[in-house]
Ligand binder design. Sequence first.
Ligand code: R5P
Length: 271
Amino acid sequence: MQWGLENRLAQIIRPETGRTVMLAIDHGYFQGPTTGLEEPGKTVAPLLPYCDALSPTKGILQYCIDPLTAPPIILRVSGGNSMARRDELDDEILTCTIEQAVALNAVGVSISIYVGTEHQRQTIQNLATMADEAHKYGLVVLGISAVGASLGELREPGKEQEFARYLALASRIAAEHGADISKTYYVPGHFDKVVGGCPIPIVLAGGKKVPEAEALEFSYNAIQDGASGVDMGRNIFQAESPVAMIQAVRAVVHEGKASEEAYELYQSLAK
Ligand code: R5P
C-alpha cells in the first residue's frame, strides 16, 4: 500500500517544487487560547488558500475548520499536558487513534518527541507506535523535535552549535522510529548539519513571533540549507497581516525568493 503513502506525501510536499508550506495551529493543545488563535476558525479561513497542509488538533479541526474548504490535514495526535505544569510538558501520550485520524480524512499525523528529557523513551515510543499504525493506512508521519522546558537553555545565544547537535540527534531519532517528515527549529550557522544527518525531509517550525523580515530571513536561510519547507504558526498568524505573511513565506519556499524580495512582497500585500 505504498501508493497511498506516496500520494498523501505528494499532497503535503508539492511535487512541482519538492517543498511545502504547512500552517501550524496546534498550539492550543497545551497553551490554550494562544494569541491569534482565540477564534481559530476566523484566523485560519483567509489563510487556507495559501497553505499546502494544515496542522490542527482533532478538536479545533472539528469545531472550527470548514470540511468543505479544508486543505490536507496533518493531525496532531500527541499531547496530554499543559502550560499550567510547564515542567511536565515532555510527559506526552497519544491523544488520538489512527482510526480517528482516518475518519477525519487526515493525510498525516504529527507526534512530538522530547529527546533528552525525563520522558524521552515514552515520547519516542509514542512516535514508533503511531508510525506503525499510520503506515498500515498509508498516512504520513510528522515527527516533531520538541524542546522541553528542561532543555530551554539550549536556545540561548552562544549555544547554537550545541542546539544544532541536539536537533540533529532528535531529527535523526524521529526518522529512525518511523517519521516520514521531521519538524524542527532553525539554528543560525549550523542548520545544514541538522539537515545533513537526517534521511527524511525537514520542515521548519517558526518558534516565537519575531519581526516579519526576520522570520522571512531565517526561512530563506533554512531553505538554502536544505529544508523542504515550513510548518509555521505564530510567525504567520500573529503577523500584522497574516494573509500577506503566508504569501511572502510561500514566495521564499516555493519560488526561492530572497528574503528581502519576499519582505517587499509582504509590505505591498499588507497595504
Ligand atoms: C507546538 O505547539 C507545535 O509543534 C507547533 O506546531 C510548532 O511549534 C510550530 O509553530 P510555531 O511556528 O508557532 O513555532
